[in-house]
Write a protein that binds this ligand. Structure first.
Ligand SMILES: [Zn+2]
Ligand SMILES: [Zn+2]
Length: 362
C-alpha cells in the first residue's frame, strides 16, 4: 500500500493561512481554512475508498489470508509488502522461538505479545491479525515447564482474536509430547476451539497418521482441525479422514509453490489451505500471493484459487466467530498516530493517516 503524505490537520491549515487569503481554483472566490480542511477531508475519503477497492476480488487473485505466519519475527516492510499483495489477514500460531524457554514467564509474555502488541502492529499496516495459542511439541518435552504452561493456557484461549488452539502435535513423537497433545485436545474441546496441527518434519508420514489416530481416539471432530505442513505423501490420507489439509510453501524446498499448484490441479480446492509459515528462518511472507499468481498463470480457475488462498482458511478459523470478513471489508482506517501502551511503530516518520468515510479532520 502506498504511503499517503501526512495530511495537515485543522490547526496546521490555520497556521498555513496565517491571516492570508487563498483564491478558490474554480470560482476565484475566497477559500477559507474551513473550506480547505473540508477539501482535504474529501481527498482522504477518496483515497480510503480507492484502497478499499484494491482489496476487493476483481479478476486477479483478490483478497488473501495467510493462516500461518510468525509475524513477530518479520519486519514492517513485510507487512507493507503483504498488504500490497492483497493479504488482508494473518494468523500467528504460538510456537517456539528458535531456542528453548526456561520458565513459564517467557511463555506468558510471548502469548501477551502475539495477542497484544503484534495485533496492534499488523493493524498499523492494514492487516488483521489473529492467533492460535498452545504449547508447541518441542517444548512439551520439559515436563515441569509444560505443566506450568498448560496451567496458564486457559487465560489466553478466550482472548479476543484467538481463533484456534495451536500449533500442537508431535516433533520427535515422544511420550511427553503425546501427553501435552492429549491435554490440549481436551482443552480445545472445552473451549470450543478449532485445532491447528504441526506435523513433524522427521518421519512425517508416520507422525501425521499418529496425530490423526490420537485426535480420533479423543473424539475430536476433523472438520474443526487443520493438519499443517503436508506434502504429497500425506495429502490423500488427511483429506480422506476429513481434515483440513494445509501446505506450507517454503522457498526452494520440498514444498514449493509449483508442487502446490500440482496438488490443487489434482485434488481440487476442497479443504486445501496454503500458508507461508514465515518466521525467523529462510521463509517468504509473500508465499501465499505468489502461489495464487502461479496458480492463475497455470490456468487454475479464479474461484478455485480463492477457495485455497482465502475462503477455506476463513471457514475453519472463523468457526469460533473471532475472525470475520467484516473486519477487513469495513476496516477501521489506518492511523499511525495511534499508540500501544505509549509506543508507536514509527521512528520519527510522518504517520500514515487514512481518512474514513464521513470523518472530519479538525
Ligand atoms: Zn509448524
Ligand atoms: Zn509455525
Amino acid at each position: 500500500m502506498n504511503h499517503a503524505p501526512a495530511k495537515p490537520d485543522g490547526a496546521a491549515i490555520e497556521e498555513m493561512f496565517a491571516g492570508r487569503a487563498l483564491a478558490c481554483p474554480c470560482c476565484n472566490g475566497i477559500l477559507t481554512p474551513v473550506m480547505l480542511a473540508d477539501l482535504v477531508a474529501q481527498a482522504g475519503r477518496l483515497q480510503h475508498a480507492q484502497q478499499a477497492a484494491r482489496h476487493l476480488p476483481a479478476g486477479g487473485t483478490g483478497m488473501l489470508i495467510d493462516p500461518h505466519a510468525h509475524m513477530i519475527a518479520r519486519t514492517t516492510d513485510d507487512y507493507e509488502a503483504m498488504a500490497r499483495a492483497g493479504v488482508v489477514a494473518v494468523i500467528e500460531p504460538a510456537f517456539w522461538l528458535g531456542q528453548l524457554r526456561t520458565n513459564v514467564g517467557s511463555f506468558i509474555d510471548y502469548f501477551s505479545t502475539i495477542t497484544g502488541f503484534e495485533r496492534f502492529r499488523a493493524g498499523q499496516f492494514g492487516i488483521r491479525h489473529y492467533c492460535a495459542i498452545g504449547l508447541n511439541p518441542k517444548e512439551a518435552n520439559d515436563a515441569a515447564l509444560a505443566d506450568a504452561v498448560l496451567a496458564v493456557l486457559p487465560r489466553y484461549l478466550c482472548k479476543e482474536g484467538v481463533v484456534a488452539l495451536g500449533e500442537i502435535g508431535y516433533d520427535e513423537q515422544t511420550p511427553l509430547e503425546d501427553r501435552a497433545f492429549r491435554i490440549q485436545i481436551a482443552l480445545a474441546q472445552q473451549f470450543d476451539l478449532p485445532i491447528m496441527i504441526h506435523t513433524p518434519h522427521r518421519d512425517k508420514k508416520q507422525g501425521t497418521t499418529l496425530t490423526m489416530d490420537v485426535l480420533e481416539e479423543c473424539g475430536f471432530d476433523p472438520a474443526r482441525c487443520v493438519i499443517d505442513h503436508n506434502n504429497e505423501e500425506t495429502v490423500q490420507e488427511v483429506l480422506d479422514r476429513g481434515y483440513w489439509c494445509a501446505f506450507t510453501i517454503y522457498p526452494s524446498t520440498k514444498m514449493g509453490n509449483e508442487r502446490l499448484a500440482d496438488i490443487v490441479a489434482r485434488y481440487g480446492p476442497e479443504r486445501i489451505i496454503v500458508n507461508s509459515a514465515c518466521d525467523w528462518g529462510v521463509s517468504d511472507p509473500l508465499a501465499v500471493p505468489k502461489t495464487a499468481h502461479l496458480m492463475a498463470r497455470r490456468g487454475i480457475a479464479a474461484d478455485v484459487i480463492h477457495q485455497v488462498v482465502y475462503a477455506n482458511a476463513l471457514a475453519v478459523y472463523g468457526l469460533n466467530g473471532e475472525m470475520r470478513a467484516e473486519h477487513w471489508l469495513a476496516p477501521a482506517p489506518i492511523d499511525q498516530r495511534t499508540l500501544y501502551s505509549g509506543n508507536s511503530v514509527l521512528r520519527g516518520q510522518a504517520p500514515r493517516v487514512d481518512g474514513a468515510a464521513g470523518d472530519v479532520i479538525r
